[in-house]
Design a protein around this ligand. Structure first.
Ligand code: ADP
Ligand code: 5GP
Length: 185
């Protein structure tokens, strides 16, 4: 059986990846989104096992040493990783798999899944990105500063990706995402 497609979505913090992905999944329940592990503290409303698997640094490092992550990276002072087994199971079962991960992780997946499709999400402008991070109201000033610094690095890496889309108007961006994923809108 041909292996189902693996799609990676990357883009700076606050660009609207989570918003777009949740809209996509609501419309297309056959797409499977990987739940990552992280050492970041849960935000209000985040549920363990749904938003992320929230781990201590020790637990995370143990999983790394066991080879339990398909990829992992440090982002703005916290560790994030994609649990390997679940992704492999879903691909083997023929389901389209989606990973929403930052740049270093996307680079690792490019090596391990060269046939995967990698999509970059861009903001209409840097000022709008900052407005969205602040408007979300979930991050400390220090976290916002680190995320905006990292955003400049991520935005400079757009050309590494197979395609890019601007999340300006949400409905237009969702339609573009659906086209890239090969699902009817
Ligand atoms: P990310 O997952 O990339 O960090 P979020 O999905 O949390 O980003 O979005 C950050 C903020 O921007 C949220 O408050 C969200 O409601 C808002 N947002 C997302 N997409 C758009 C859009 N197209 N236009 C305006 N605001 C948006
Ligand atoms: P947040 O803390 O805002 O939820 O996520 C911060 C960044 O970590 C985002 O860019 C998000 O895409 C990325 N991220 C989430 N899960 C993973 C993962 O499993 N691996 C990697 N490399 N990045 C991740």
């Amino acid at each position: 059986m041909a292996q189902a497609r693996l799609t990676v979505i990357t883009g700076p913090s606050g660009v609207g990846k989570g918003t777009l992905v949740s809209r996509l999944l609501a419309k297309h329940p056959s797409i499977w989104l990987s739940v990552s592990a992280t050492t970041r503290a849960p935000r209000d409303g985040e549920v363990d096992g749904q938003s992320y698997f929230f781990l201590s640094r020790e637990q995370f490092e143990q999983r790394v040493s066991e080879g339990g992550f398909l990829e992992w990276a440090e982002f703005a002072g916290n560790l994030y990783g994609t649990p390997r087994a679940a992704v492999e199971e879903q691909l083997a079962a023929g389901r389209p798999v989606l990973l929403e991960i930052e740049l270093e992780g996307a680079r690792q997946v490019r090596q391990s899944f060269p046939a995967g499709f990698q999509l970059f999400i861009k903001p209409p402008s840097f000022e709008e990105l900052e407005r969205r991070i602040r408007g979300r109201g979930t991050d400390s000033e220090e976290a916002i500063t680190r995320r905006l610094e990292r955003a400049r690095v991520e935005l400079a890496a757009e050309a590494e990706f197979d395609a890019a889309l601007v999340n300006g108007d949400l409905e237009e961006a969702l339609a573009a995402l659906e086209r890239h994923m090969g699902v009817a809108s």
